[in-house]
Design a protein around this ligand. Sequence first.
Ligand code: NAD
Length: 345
Amino acid sequence: MKNLNLVPFVSVDHMMKLVLETGIEPMLVGIADTIEADFKRWEHFDKTPRVAAHSPNGVIELMPTSDGDLYGFKYVNGHPVNMGKGLQTVTAFGVLSNVETGYPVLLSEMTLLTALRTAATSALVARYLAPEGARTMAMIGNGAQSEFQVLAFKAIAGITHLRLYDIDPIATDKCMENLKDSGLHLTRCASAQDAVEGAEIITTVTADKQYATILTDNMVGAGVHINAIGGDCPGKTELHRDILLRSSIFVEYPPQTRIEGELQQLPATHPVTELWQVMTGTAKGRTDPRQITLFDSVGFAIEDFSALRYVRDQLARTGLFQNLDMLADPDTPRDLYGMLLRAAG
Ligand code: NAD
């Protein structure tokens, strides 16, 4: 069998080892750098809103993109009810392929990698938009994504103080315990209102398949940066509409965010700024210390592509993968059936 037909597969176990051997903060920085590099060459990519299959309990989505050399896609679900069954809200896997041959070059778990890339994107965006010298972040929603978000904001955006709130105190217990050696100053808060007191950055990362109001207008003061992660599906939002009307809204890919983000609450003509333009310097980020900036995050395919590209670049150095016999390899390409006959003996 030629090596070309063996596809490197990064399992959950190998991904955990990669994170632990690299160190989570350096890995978040590495993924953020790769995302930033890819956002800066935005116009090279094929872009399309993700393809979503909705059901009463959640959504299953496919997220494709290509830069002409590599093609990537992620399969991801979002099922807020899963937590009650002892299952993850979000699970994922992804593929990178060589555009020239169409052959896959990487298959990877992406449940951990999604948490890493979402956090890396959030913190990267905050570096462009958060107020100068921001050190305190409120984090409302202390579930699976939360520690990744926090560590990315520490490593990339310089956060030193964290104010935590979740409607479920067990989630906050878990988060505080997991972050106790992070070097961050942690404060447990009694409500979302309490959590945002004195915070220059507010992250909302809750999961509920409905129009929720995690933040009301009176909770958001001048100059704050909001990192809104949990509103990422039609019918699923976290912010009161009035906050959006007072904010400068920054998005990944408008055709997708207008369907899935907080933006679904506003008319399709409402002005937004695309983040790739801020990163390339063709649009302005924060222009005023009193401005409210909002990253209306939904998660875009290029972030997954970048994360897979980062992982692929680590394979030779770490050896943290196994080869999968995924592609048929007959002795001559047209004799696929003959391969079967020879296998029969
Ligand atoms: P999770 O279910 O593990 O955690 C969600 C937490 O939110 C839970 O602890 C829950 O108790 C809490 N919560 C629910 N309602 C709340 C409220 N009103 N106030 C305070 N806390 C509340 O989910 P997760 O994997 O951490 O994902 C969180 C959200 O982020 C989901 O909505 C998911 O779809 C979204 N997400 C977005 C992206 C993106 O790129 N934007 C990527 C991954 C996940």
